[in-house]
Write a protein that binds this ligand. Sequence first.
Ligand code: SF4
Length: 442
Amino acid sequence: MGLTGLAIFKQLPKTNCKECGHPTCLAFAMALASGKASLDSCPHVSDEAKEALDSASAPPIASLKIGTGDNELTVGGETVLFRHEKRFENMTGIAICVSDNEDVAAKVDDINKLFFDRVGQTHNVNLVAVKNDSADAGKFAEAVKAAHDKSNFPLILITEDPAAAEKALEVCASGKPLLYGATSDNYEAMTELAKKNEVVLGVRGNDLNSLADLVEKIQELGYKQLVIDSGSREVNKVLADQTQMRRQALRKFRPFGYPTLTVVENDDPIQAVADASVYISKYSGIVVYPSADPAEILPLVTLRLNIYTDPQKPIAVESKVHEVGTPDENSPVFITTNFSLSYFCVEGDVEAGRISGYILPVDTDGISVLTGWAAGKFTPEKITDMLKETGMADKVNHNTIIIPGGVAVLSGKLEELSGWKVMVGPRESTGIPSFMKQRWNA
Ligand code: SF4
């Protein structure tokens, strides 16, 4: 958001009609400047003002959508160089590459299985990239059709041959694939195809200068649904290009104001994972990866989760009674916080000990046990409230709860407030199985 509230106010009708839900045009302008309102809420803004405000308020990197329905992928929309300045907005899309020379249906079957559970969330790859290695337009279209029919994910069509692109789009344009790509040799035809089919166009340069020139030419043709690739394939060069493009985009150098695409070309799986990790860490909107091996993809989705988690919002689980195994009235009740990592450590160790029990993650705004205690968010009062709200007294017959060993100091007041007997558990959740054998069973 580049404009101040006052600058926005100058473009508004100033009738204070309230139809936008704000008492005055000035209040609406202020809300717009702070990102709390959308320009669409004012039905009276003129087309000229809309154009001026739209371009001034557009993020430095365009936000684009690829695909349709539940698996539609949003890329770009980024506003910062470093995550801690605010947050990264849209996770890097991971595309798995399939050659039109291989068994497309079989590989797409493998790609469709690439779903992983991490800290209570499901993570997956996002795109299938079909590559025209055969240089045969008919064969490419067949491969694209097979992928389109089978894939759970949107497609990337990797070809620089407009004839092959046209045939492929005939079978999959409804799925809104990414057409990649336009080069200095074919950009007019490719832009025409992208426009006609209303799909995002991938643009590949030979270096940053040629990429900027090419993007400007395509913009002059009236198309701005672009994903950009500097063309580099060596990891050090890609890293330099990615960094430069992000820096320039944030300075509003418009040719680089688009999500980027990088391609991993490395036969060594360990090196390929390392290359992709660099690209995910450094600004790639989409990474095209060669393998569908889960052992290679799992570290990438895990890294991506870490990089793209909002640093101001810890990942939290729902604060409710969680059951592990088949608990009954004799089962133990474990107290922890709703910080995902704390919760899943406890859950994993309860499961590992083959214990059926209840876990109550107290709402600490997603912070851990000791931090929550130090911040006054993991308190006897909150634990007592949760025991009451969840009706735990009706679920078990022993009136006993187990709290983390690190907060043993809570036990006295907690017993007093709640009326429950408090057992102080191990400091680390890994000690739960032996604690249960020695203390609970005794
Ligand atoms: S709807 Fe538009 S004109 Fe009416 S108060 Fe809001 S900003 Fe002003």
